[in-house]
Write a protein that binds this ligand. Structure first.
Ligand SMILES: C[S@@+](CC[C@H](N)C(=O)[O-])C[C@H]1O[C@@H](n2cnc3c(N)ncnc32)[C@H](O)[C@@H]1O
Length: 310
């Protein structure tokens, strides 16, 4: 099933695309956001995705909006250099809709979901280490840290120990094999969500270096936004949202404590040159949550770059 974009109207309302504007969609996916922006104004959209399989969706938009849409394969943490290859050095708006798409989750061969049996891969792009490499090669404490810090899994040490014991018998190569090891090591009463959820989240974040990408992506966005330009970010869990919140607060003079996830450049002491909207975050409406369950955990934040006085 194609990805159903979340909070589309809220994104358009906050991004407010303008004719002749240049917009960057840093997480193209199935192109729901890009298409909505292109329909809302006579603007150009540069769409980035690290997943080569999103090219199919890009080709549709290329023919629907000739000369106004450009798809770029890469990481949004490199957005400045990616768009500069097309002569673009300033953007009027940037959107980041973080995490994985429904296409990635639903395809068993991508290895993201413990619900479908597939190879334990979990890479959004087509290169780098797979989740199977990590669970079969990392030391016990390194695995425990991934589950604890990126999955917020309290039983992280127990799970890591069970993985090390299981892989001594046979390598862990499939999603269902790993999910079963996690479930058995947690044990206990049935829970509301599958006990493997948190460990899978932790591994996915680690394999795709998601937090590093967000940190660098925010820094890049800050550097390329034109005066008056807007940055809209949608997150899907509290760890992601915390990084974005600290960043937005620190850029607006609401300085919090030091965070290792907030780019150094924006820590206390820097002069703020962004505004926060009011309210500073939005969540999906009850109507949307009823029709698109993914939207239940979405949080949208936004920053507006100050206009420079003439
Ligand atoms: C939630 S989906 C975006 C859906 C999109 N807004 C739409 O309307 O179809 C996230 C997409 O972002 C991509 N992605 C995640 N992190 C990325 C990164 N650091 N750089 C580039 N693409 C990334 C994923 O591959 C995935 O296709």
């Amino acid at each position: 099933m194609d990805h159903k974009p979340v909070m589309l109207n809220e994104m358009l309302d906050w991004l407010a695309p303008k004719d002749k504007g240049v917009y960057i969609d840093g997480t193209f996916g199935a192109g729901g956001y890009s298409r909505a922006i292109l329909r809302a104004a006579d603007c150009r959209v540069f769409a980035i995705d690290r997943d080569p399989s999103t090219k199919t969706f890009a080709e549709r938009l290329e023919s629907e909006f000739p000369n106004r849409f450009i798809w770029l394969l890469g990481n949004f943490s490199d957005m400045c250099s990616l768009v500069s290859m097309h002569g673009v050095h300033e953007a009027n708006g940037i959107v980041l809709d973080l995490g994985v798409s429904s296409m990635q989750l639903d395809k068993a061969e991508r290895g993201f979901s413990f619900r479908n049996d597939g190879p334990l891969d979990m890479r959004m792009s087509s290169n780098g280490m797979t989740a199977s490499d990590a669970v079969n090669q990392y030391g016990e404490s390194e695995l425990a840290d991934i589950f604890y810090y990126y999955g917020e899994e309290k039983a992280a040490r127990r799970i890591a120990r069970a993985i090390v014991a299981a892989r001594a018998i046979t390598p862990i190569t499939s999603t269902t094999q790993l999910a079963e090891i996690v479930r058995q090591s947690i044990g206990g009463k049935p829970q509301k969500s599958d006990p493997a959820t948190r460990s899978f989240q932790g591994l996915r974040i680690h394999i795709n270096q998601e937090f590093e990408a967000i940190e660098n992506g925010l820094k890049e966005a800050e550097g390329i936004l034109a005066p008056g330009g807007r940055l809209v970010v949608v997150t899907f869990h509290s760890l992601e949202d915390r990084i974005v919140k600290r960043f937005t607060h620190s850029r607006c003079g609401k300085l919090g404590e030091h965070s290792r996830h907030v780019p150094e450049k924006v820590q206390a002491g820097d002069a703020p040159h962004f505004f926060l909207p009011k309210p500073e975050k939005r969540t999906a409406s009850a109507e949307e949550i009823a029709t698109n369950p993914r939207s239940r955990s979405a949080t949208m934040r936004m920053l507006i770059r100050e206009r420079v006085e003439a």
